[in-house]
Design a protein around this ligand. Structure first.
Ligand SMILES: [Zn+2]
Length: 578
């Protein structure tokens, strides 16, 4: 069992040694590079956090790193040279905890939240309908009439009526959710499918909004939304395998584009079922994965399940796009919904200490089996009780295996509220705290209402204490819960400036270099991939993000303006701004 872990590392070590050997073991070679980046500030994120001026890349790997003049030796007649003009170069971001297919699904739904008026929504709709087959549903969300700069002439109840959508999409049912979640806007075709006519009564707790002539305008309030949602769900469950597959391929494409545009070159997927993993494996074989995925298996309910996992383990290979070697379990829920498992009752719900979603005994037998079969275990734990219980459980399992734990690299996903006495246990047990910097600043304003001020200060997002006590912090966004932007999460990690402008216990913030590591080399380590990626070093994959500014040095105020200018994946330019 221990051997399995070592094998993976040794394998990667061999890959690296081969490359170094090919270069005669020296830092430079006389052979030219395919691509040279020069004239920038290159943050290598190596052991010494050294800074260079350029990088030479051959094939998918880095062959040299150094000063501009050192790198110039690699420029031959066919070498592509990019003058960085002082830009900032760093290892490609690794998203430490997100949901890849859900990100793709969320992008298939029209985002109407930025629309400035009804005309804009109508043109967004027209564009989207163009690529649909007749009968296919069009989903949108996030519209809000209070955000519009001007209003259409014909309105009922402060909202437009659906005539223009009917003209554009006579053959596609449309359903656009309101930003509040309390209403939906639909076209006539959707009303027809839901059999809503002038005689349909309003459902209990809902309203079918009608004009003075009694015609439904398209606005459905509260429970009336269900009349149409039900029909759309029914039709979704009946779509052909072929269409389902093409939708999934589209989700992978959309999620990939969004990730690469944000400088993300590897994505840790926090829980996917075996059928989807099989689909991803096929895409990897066909060379169609847009970026590198590290996927945790979801739906493992007991140790018996490991019988079904045969063949689902996808061990690292050189130039890998899909690695599957970890299991995701979920101990508690989320704090907002009073689901996080706490040591003491909620401040605003005295009857509750939260929820247990998967029993400790189930997780323990899965943990035993994970070690036996060479899998890493990553458990969702948000509340302080959940964090304590999972650390206890991991500790027991490590002891059974006569191990101090480091070799297994088990993770706690979120590690959000941790009792001070449990904080040092992460470092001591080699358990990785897989946090989301961005959650801290978006949830910060309401956390004290759930936990009270004192408990919030003592237990919430204790990054400084975790790092100081020897824990390794992995960072991410939990996309699509938050936007995928690593720059936004990096900024949150180093400032803890909440969306309301106030600071959330800033003593616990990370330093710039800790935060950059939490998004690169630490996430690589959290996936047993630190020999392949996470820093810019000779022999490693040329997975690179180029940013407009030096995020290690510019002021806090300027951080939100930084842009990703270019993303390079395995030596290929896969995104370029403008
Ligand atoms: Zn998640």
């Amino acid at each position: 069992m221990v051997r399995q872990t070592l094998n993976i590392c040794t394998l990667l070590l061999m890959v690296n040694t081969n490359i170094l050997a090919r270069e005669g073991g020296s830092k430079f070679s006389d052979t030219f590079a395919d691509l040279v980046l020069t004239g920038g500030t290159v943050a290598t994120v190596d052991q010494g956090m050294s800074i260079a001026e350029g990088i030479a890349i051959r094939g998918s790997r880095i062959v040299a790193i150094g000063t501009a003049s050192e790198i110039s030796r690699f420029v031959g007649p066919t070498t592509a040279v990019i003058d960085l003009e002082g830009k900032f170069v760093m290892p490609g971001f690794i998203e430490g905890h997100g949901h890849f297919m859900s990100l793709g699904r969320s992008l298939q739904i029209l985002d109407l939240s930025e629309a400035e008026d009804w005309d804009e929504i109508v043109s967004q709709t027209a564009l989207a309908v163009d690529s649909l087959e007749p009968g296919q549903w069009l989903y949108g969300r996030g519209w809000h009439q209070d955000k519009w700069k001007n209003l259409p002439e014909k309105m009922v109840d402060g909202v437009p009526t659906n005539e223009r959508l009917n003209e554009i999409a006579p053959e596609n049912p449309i359903i656009f959710g309101h930003a509040s979640g309390h209403a939906s806007f639909v076209n006539d075709y959707a009303l027809e499918l839901a059999e809503i006519n002038p005689f349909t009564p309003d459902p209990l707790g809902g309203e079918i909004v009608r004009d003075s002539a009694g015609r439904a305008t398209g606005l459905l309030r509260e429970t009336a939304q269900r009349l149409v949602r039900r029909v759309s769900e029914e039709s979704q469950s009946k779509i052909s395998e072929e269409l389902k597959l093409s939708q999934m391929i589209d989700q992978v494409r959309l999620a990939g584009e969004m990730a690469l545009r944000n400088g993300v070159t590897t994505f840790h997927d926090a829980g996917t079922d075996l059928a989807t993993i099989k689909f991803l494996k096929r895409l990897e074989d066909e060379g169609k994965l847009p970026l590198r995925l590290y996927v945790m298996i979801r739906g493992v309910n007991d140790a018996e399940f490991f019988g079904n996992l045969k063949g689902s383990l996808a061990l690292p290979e050189p130039d890998d796009f899909l690695v599957v070697r970890s299991i995701k379990t979920q101990l508690d829920g989320a704090l907002g919904a009073h689901g996080a498992w706490l040591l003491e009752p909620y401040e605003d719900l005295n009857s509750s200490e939260g929820l247990v979603l998967q029993t400790l005994s189930d997780i323990e037998s899965i943990a035993d089996a994970a070690i036996e079969n060479g899998y890493q275990l990553n458990t969702h734990a948000i509340g302080d009780r959940a964090n304590r219980e999972i650390l206890d459980l991991y500790e027991r399992v490590f002891k059974k295996n006569s191990s101090t734990g480091e070799e297994f690299r088990f993770r706690v996903e979120h590690a959000q509220h941790v009792h001070p006495s449990d904080v040092p246990r992460f470092g001591a047990l080699g358990v990785i705290a897989s946090v989301q910097g961005i959650h801290c600043v978006s949830d910060g304003p309401w956390i004290p209402s759930r936990l009270g001020e004192m408990r919030t200060r003592r237990t919430s997002y204790p990054w400084r204490d975790l790092i100081d006590s020897g824990a390794l912090i992995a960072n991410g966004t939990d996309v699509p819960v938050e936007k995928i932007s690593p720059l936004a999460s990096f900024t949150a990690s180093v400032t803890r400036t909440m969306n309301n402008g106030e600071l959330f216990y800033p003593a616990q913030k990370m330093s710039r270099s800790e935060a950059i590591k939490s998004y690169t080399i630490n996430n690589a380590f959290a996936a047993f991939e630190e020999f392949e990626k996470g820093s810019l070093e000779v022999g490693k994959l040329a997975d690179i993000a180029i940013l407009s500014d030096n995020i290690l040095e510019i002021s806090d105020e300027r951080l939100p303006t930084v842009k990703v200018d270019m993303t390079i994946l395995g030596g290929r330019i896969v995104y370029s701004r403008g």
